[in-house]
Write a protein that binds this ligand. Structure first.
Ligand SMILES: CC(C)(COP(=O)(O)OP(=O)(O)OC[C@H]1O[C@@H](n2cnc3c(N)ncnc32)[C@H](O)[C@@H]1OP(=O)(O)O)[C@@H](O)C(=O)NCCC(=O)NCCS
Length: 330
């Protein structure tokens, strides 16, 4: 019989040291610090060196999370890497990370693609697998090298994204009512083409033409995505609160996907929950996709914003278009 609760035993994060400011970006594309700050809340983002891949960022965050959990590589038997910027189209970045961390051969390793909702999707997947009783400790990593897929000539998108990794170690606890209390996942598949990379998959393999018109790079219809993000994240919060018979003001801290400060402000407005209950670091990192929530979670913990017993709400939205929320009793 499975233990009652899936808990987070440790967190870790890593961002590459190189800071790219709005002012520097304004030298590359027709934009300004003022435009970026007022439309998105972003001041700067981190950019990994050319030689650094997603697995390199992932390994740093994973080591920090394992050390925080006081566990060794040999204790992990499940590794999920949420990413849309894998080291290679194949094999999974999880296998590269497994090798670098020296995890056991008999650990299950796979990548999960749910874009910016990837970490919340992965938490749910890990919880279900741990709950089956067939795994003991899961390492769940959200990592992106977004700088490798953005179009650096497109001011509509290149100002928004950054590189980072965040990780958690999960396990089971006999303490009832602790840890991951529930999740709410979903997707608006009809919005696939609002935020995507059209070329480089089986539909349209990369050609000379792809390179010429940059269609192997990320494209987004920002306005439409903005509206759906607000709606999707608000609904994901409301539904999970209803499922657990909770009011928004019972949440100690919301850790939202960090895409745009205005999206977070809109959710705060609609949920009637003040902004000081939302953890914000989009100003320093931009949108780091699957890394965004675990990076913010780790920072919030280290800053003492999360205490034992607190109710924490994670909420994400991303390409797919996917969305998800998770409720955690810390
Ligand atoms: C991208 C986003 C910041 C744009 O903000 P917006 O208020 O919707 O701005 P608009 O799309 O109306 O663009 C307004 C103008 O600014 C211009 N613009 C776009 N990017 C610009 C930039 N970096 N600098 C200066 N001007 C820019 C546009 O070209 C447009 O000009 P036009 O009216 O002459 O065509 C916003 O739509 C957004 O955040 N969308 C969601 C993004 C997101 O979070 N995606 C990930 C979800 S996980």
């Amino acid at each position: 019989m499975a233990h009652p609760s899936t808990v987070i035993l440790g967190t870790g994060s890593y961002a590459p040291p190189r800071v790219l400011t709005n002012e520097e970006l304004a030298l590359q594309v027709d934009t300004s610090d003022e435009w970026i700050r007022t439309r998105t809340g972003i001041r700067e983002r981190r950019i990994a060196d050319d030689a650094v891949a997603a697995s390199d960022l992932a390994v740093e965050a994973a080591r920090a999370a394992m050390s925080d959990a006081d566990l060794e590589a040999s204790d992990i038997d499940l590794l999920i890497v949420a990413t849309i910027t894998p080291d290679y189209p194949m094999p999974a970045t999880a296998c590269v990370v497994q090798r670098k961390l020296g995890l056991r051969t008999n650990s299950a390793c796979f990548d999960l693609n749910a874009a910016c909702s990837g970490f919340v999707y992965s938490l749910d997947t890990a919880a279900a697998m741990l709950g089956s009783g067939r795994y003991r400790h899961a390492l769940v990593i959200g990592v992106e090298k977004m700088s490798s897929i953005v179009d650096w000539t497109d001011r509509n998108t290149c100002v928004l994204f950054g590189d980072a990794a965040g990780a958690v170690v999960m396990g089971m606890s006999d303490e009832r009512g602790a840890g991951l209390l529930g999740t709410r996942l979903g997707a608006f598949g009809e919005g696939t083409e609002l935020l995507w990379i059209s070329d480089g998959g089986s539909r349209t393999p990369i050609t000379q033409e792809s390179f010429a018109n940059h269609s192997h790079r990320l494209r987004m219809k920002g306005k439409e995505v903005f509206k759906l993000a607000v709606r999707g994240m608000e609904d994901a919060c409301r539904e999970i609160l209803e499922q657990h018979h909770l009011r928004a003001d019972q949440i100690s801290l919301v850790i939202p996907h960090q895409a745009n400060l205005r999206i977070i402000e809109a959710i705060s407005h609609y949920l009637e929950l003040p902004m000081d209950r939302f953890y914000i670091n989009v100003d320093r990192f931009g949108n780091t996709s699957a890394a965004s929530i675990p990076l913010a979670l780790d920072e919030a913990r280290r800053l003492g914003r999360i205490q034992r017993g607190d109710l924490i709400l994670l909420v994400a939205f991303g390409a797919g278009l996917t969305y998800g929320s998770a409720l955690i009793r810390w």
